[in-house]
Design a protein around this ligand. Structure first.
Ligand SMILES: Cc1cc2nc3c(=O)[nH]c(=O)nc-3n(C[C@H](O)[C@H](O)[C@H](O)COP(=O)(O)O)c2cc1C
Length: 199
């Protein structure tokens, strides 16, 4: 599917068909997800993929009963490792020569050491971009999706066994839509949103 078509046809779907996604399809989707950009290539996202019905049913309860969580073929809980930047950062640049690699690692350490706000902000940025990659890749694979923040973050974290230096950022559910969504809520005009050179 053409990228423009994927962007246009993506909608937040609230009702899904009973459909099983194959392991290969899920793998393919996640292979695309990890091509998303991250600052300094720290790849701070972590993805928990959930397909078992009993687990999706429990997550649905933790999502205040939003049915798309139980109905979707795949629930992805997007998380971030806040400390990925200091966990063997050499591996984020293993394909480049030593000199520029050392330069980048020095930059990473300078930027992140003692900067918990940056750790948190980058977690949200990275996962937001990855979520859009997932949704557009899903669209190209003939699937639909819904990004989600309407759930109990603490309880979902407990449910997935979130490690202490990680946070849950959002969820994306993926499946085959059961019915067409209502027309878009109403996009604002470019004139209200885009400013040439300055506000
Ligand atoms: C970060 C984020 C969180 C969202 N959380 C939910 C959610 O919990 N439940 C839901 O039904 N839709 C959720 N949405 C979907 C939005 O309502 C939807 O994107 C918006 O109304 C625009 O519709 P569209 O995605 O179909 O263009 C979320 C969207 C974003 C970007």
């Amino acid at each position: 599917m053409d990228t423009f078509d994927a962007i246009k046809s993506r909608r937040s779907i609230k009702s899904f068909q009973n459909h099983e996604m194959s392991k290969d399809e899920i793998n393919k989707l996640m292979e695309y997800a990890i091509l998303s950009p991250t600052s300094y290539n720290i790849q701070n996202w972590r993805f928990v993929t959930i397909t078992k019905q009993d687990l999706k049913d429990k997550l649905c309860v933790l999502s205040y009963g939003q049915r798309q969580v139980a109905e979707a073929s795949l629930v992805i809980v997007l998380c971030a490792d806040l400390k990925s930047w200091e966990k063997n950062p050499e591996r984020y640049w293993k394909n480049i020569p030593e000199e520029p690699r050392n330069f980048l690692i020095k930059g990473i350490k300078q930027a992140y050491t003692g900067n918990s706000k940056l750790e948190h902000d980058q977690a949200i940025r990275s996962c937001g971009i990855a979520a859009q990659t997932i949704m557009l890749a899903a669209q190209s694979m003939g699937y639909d999706s819904c990004p989600m923040e309407g759930f109990d973050y603490g309880k979902v974290g407990e449910f997935i066994g979130l490690p202490p230096d990680h946070i849950v950022t959002m969820m994306v559910v993926v499946g085959k839509k059961a019915k067409e969504p209502a027309p878009r809520g109403g996009q604002l005009p470019l004139s209200e949103l885009v400013f040439e050179d300055h506000f």
